[in-house]
Design a protein. Structure first.
Length: 213
């Protein structure tokens, strides 16, 4: 059981980050735990919607794909058996969905969000296209600034994802980013949401739990 004082402190960090995100034009809300955050997102989306998503472990950890399907929403995401053409069609459809769910690899104290991607489909969807982009993040994603965020992306999130995806990249062996030239490299494009763009609506859901990578 986590120390209550630590939880209170982390909640304060999340609230400060939510304020910084709002100053940058993003919608932001804080929850004490994952079930409360999941209920909020389910209510926000409702039913009968098209919902795009990538491979976010935070989104999966909250059980959102299954619960959204139960509420008669269509989940748009690629699967390993799809051909390159099917993947491309799926990614374009996800980008034009009513909602897109994802999780940043880091959120700075100034309310900037950063993502690293191997393919770029999530990168394009969080920037432009969906009716609303819903970004979920546990307290473990908070960082001081962009430098720390870049470090976290490469040396925490990317390595954990390499292990999850069973990629034969050097960071899996050394435990640190080697800026590899591997054909299986999963870090090819970095997206930074600095301030809200005019055409895209955002809701950032911050959760006082360690979630995802
Ligand atoms: S070693 Fe390569 S795959 Fe691993 S984190 Fe660094 S750039 Fe990404």
């Amino acid at each position: 059981m986590e120390d209550a004082n630590k939880r209170t402190f982390k909640l304060k960090l999340l609230e400060n980050t939510a304020e910084a995100l709002k100053k940058n034009g993003f919608g932001a809300i804080v929850f004490q735990d994952a079930p409360a955050a999941a209920s909020y997102v389910l209510k926000l989306i409702g039913s009968g919607k098209k919902v795009g998503m990538g491979g976010s472990m935070t989104v999966q950890g909250l059980g959102l794909p299954e619960d959204l399907k139960k509420a008669d929403n269509e989940i748009i995401t690629h699967t390993p058996e799809m051909s390159p053409q099917e993947r491309r069609q799926t990614w374009l459809k996800a980008q034009a969905a009513d909602f897109y769910l994802a999780s940043p690899q880091a959120i700075t104290a100034r309310g900037e969000m950063i993502f690293v991607d191997g393919l770029g489909n999530r990168a394009s969807s969080v920037v432009f296209g969906p009716g609303k982009v819903v970004l979920l993040a546990g307290v473990n994603k908070l960082v001081k600034d962009l430098d720390e965020g870049m470090w976290r992306m490469r040396n925490v999130a990317a390595i954990a994802n390499n292990i999850r995806l069973k990629r034969n990249n050097p960071c899996v062996k050394t435990g640190k980013c080697e800026d590899c030239s591997s054909p299986e490299r999963i870090c090819n494009t970095v997206t930074m949401l600095w301030k809200k763009t005019r055409p895209t609506e955002y809701e950032v859901v911050l959760i006082n739990e360690e979630l995802g990578y």
